[in-house]
Design a protein around this ligand. Sequence first.
Ligand SMILES: Cc1cc2nc3c(=O)[nH]c(=O)nc-3n(C[C@H](O)[C@H](O)[C@H](O)COP(=O)(O)OP(=O)(O)OC[C@H]3O[C@@H](n4cnc5c(N)ncnc54)[C@H](O)[C@@H]3O)c2cc1C
Length: 410
Amino acid sequence: MPTLAVIGGGAAGFFSAITAAEVNPDTRIHIFEHSKRVLAKVAISGGGRCNVTHACFDPRELVTRYPRGAKELHGAFHAWQPQDTIDWFQARGVALKTEADGRMFPTTDDSQTIIDCLTGEIEKLGISLHISTGVSKVSRQPHGTFTLHLSTSKTLDADRVIVTTGGGQASGGHQISRDFGHTIAPLAPSLFTFHIDDPLLRDLQGISIENASVRYAPAKLRQSGPILITHWGLSGPAILKLSAWGARVFQELDYRFEIAVNWLGDATIDEVRQRLEQAKSQYSRRNLGSANPFDFQKRFWERLLEIVSIKPDTQWAQLSKKHANQLAERIANTRFQVLKKSMNKEEFVTCGGVSLKEVDFKTMQSKFVPGLHFAGEVLDIDGITGGFNFQAAWTTARLAGLAASKGFPR
Ligand SMILES: Cc1cc2nc3c(=O)[nH]c(=O)nc-3n(C[C@H](O)[C@H](O)[C@H](O)COP(=O)(O)OP(=O)(O)OC[C@H]3O[C@@H](n4cnc5c(N)ncnc54)[C@H](O)[C@@H]3O)c2cc1C
């Protein structure tokens, strides 16, 4: 009976092992997980609810959510995309629901539902799970099979290997891949929030500006969407997206850089000035503190006025040109110094990993070593927040599992 070894007991490891077992029940399959706990990231994902995938069903659109991996994932998504993930879980009794922003969660709002489903499947399919068993090295035998050297001092011979050790420094798969001649694209955290100490933000934590945008001009990076003021700076979808697209640039800058925020999304300074002019005639007798022409929360609007030294009891009719200009500039182009990054507790990933040029994306097989496959975050793939990282794990794992379970010599 041929043997398949899967290194790593996360989402990609489980999904590739399950796929292989479903396709070829005549394969002996082992999953090796070096920690005591499998699917640990699934457990904490999405704030404990597991954002399994995203309701985006057009591969062309879907790939635009991946700062790294878009080109390679395009074909892969034609083979396995969010609808396939939904159907797969549905067929195993796990219903997913879609939230207003497209994120999909189990209807139970509990990541344990996903864990129970995946662990139930591996039990049913007779896959051997070895916890507290790391793989420290993989060597290749002259006849093309592999020998895995385990942390238990034992070895295991396998015909095929799938590396699913995740991203980040703890991923043992990077060294294993390097040993086989693979290049590891430099690692950098993605999906983080910005530390900013600025009087405009102080004590305003919890306020969300729904249609804002943020820019890092030197790299021509711009993202729009809600921005959330936190007690340490800025977070929210627009900030997280900027952190993902700029992951490498910001790492090079040691997370010290200047951003510009437009609290109205894409309104120009001139357009804001015009809206202030209109407000002057519309609210002429009312004071600025009580008549706010934008949809900003009161505390945020009052702070904007304070920052440009406009007294809230100033009548709109009395708003000077100088103050109007300063206010327009603040609204459309507030500059902040980012001092450092903080990890986003809801979801974070590592960009970098096994170079995509060295992997065949139809089979997720190494272009150098037949029988060696990769899936999940160990690859140089990462998505923005919203369920895209798990979808990349399900898709690459599916392809790896299918290919690694086929074509054994009889
Ligand atoms: C807090 C948090 C929340 C998140 N929430 C979401 C979300 O809601 N939606 C989403 O799409 N993404 C989310 N992500 C990202 C997502 O969890 C990852 O992209 C995904 O888990 C990657 O799966 P993986 O199987 O490739 O890697 P991992 O889940 O990291 O699994 C790799 C496994 O390999 C093991 N391993 C490493 N080296 C070895 C070795 N040498 N031998 C044996 N085992 C080894 C590790 O211990 C680990 O268990 C979140 C991430 C974090 C940190």
